[in-house]
Design a binder for this molecule. Structure first.
Ligand code: HEC
Length: 187
């Protein structure tokens, strides 16, 4: 019995060893296999300089302003009527609206809310080939993953089920995106 286990273990190890791609250069770390979750999304250090802000949404009821950014590669590659390109990373950064002494939002000359400096929360969604594999059909958003960060970019360990559920229910036909999809259709 014991011998069988040892043999099985040896066979499993041989399979594991054979699974390392032949072309992997000596000393290079083989890429970890994809597993579902927000850890797949990293906010690039220079996203605020490099990404394109394609929309700003006032939310007077919540006294916030949402700033919507996308990486320039996806901005350039996205086409109306087709799914958004692989590599799309959409970042939604919220800022607080400036309020008057009575707590009502101040408006600028265009009638828009006025943002306080800095972010209070950041949400992101990213699409890469093969992502989403492992989520059940009731929650899987194609090849998108979601992530939540604090205003200063630290990862928040919150449940992301709501992100998947709301986006799939409202936007399954628009590649699970809201304003970026809409923007691409009409620009
Ligand atoms: C109740 C529905 C709902 C939930 C829950 C939700 N979203 Fe959204 N999301 C929206 C709507 C609506 C928009 C469009 C912006 C707006 O009007 O606020 C949006 C926009 C976005 C965008 C900008 C992309 C685009 O194309 O518009 C990102 C990124 C995003 N959400 C990520 C998340 C993440 C991450 C979570 C979970 C932490 C989440 N969302 C939870 C409804 C939702």
């Amino acid at each position: 019995m014991l011998k069988t286990y040892i043999l099985a273990g040896a066979a499993a190890f041989a399979l594991f060893a054979a699974g390392v791609p032949a072309g992997t250069p000596a000393g290079a770390q083989p890429r970890a296999p994809y597993t579902t979750g927000p850890h797949n999304i990293t906010l690039p250090a220079d996203w605020q300089q490099r990404f394109i802000r394609y929309a700003t949404v006032d939310k007077p009821d919540r006294r916030i302003i949402r700033h919507l950014y996308v990486n320039p590669e996806a901005f350039a590659a996205a086409r109306a009527g087709t799914p958004l390109p692989y590599g799309s990373l959409i970042v939604m950064a919220d800022s607080r609206a400036r309020l008057d002494a009575g707590g009502a939002p101040l408006l600028d000359q265009q009638g828009r809310l006025i943002a306080e400096p800095g972010w209070i929360a950041i949400a992101a969604q990213e699409k890469q080939p093969g992502w989403g594999e492992g989520y059940g059909p009731e929650i899987r958003n194609g090849e998108w993953e979601y992530a939540a960060f604090t205003g200063t970019g630290e990862r928040r360990n919150v449940s992301l089920n709501g992100c998947f559920t709301c986006h799939i229910n409202a936007r399954a036909q628009q590649d699970f995106a809201f304003n970026f999809w809409d923007y691409v259709q009409t620009r």
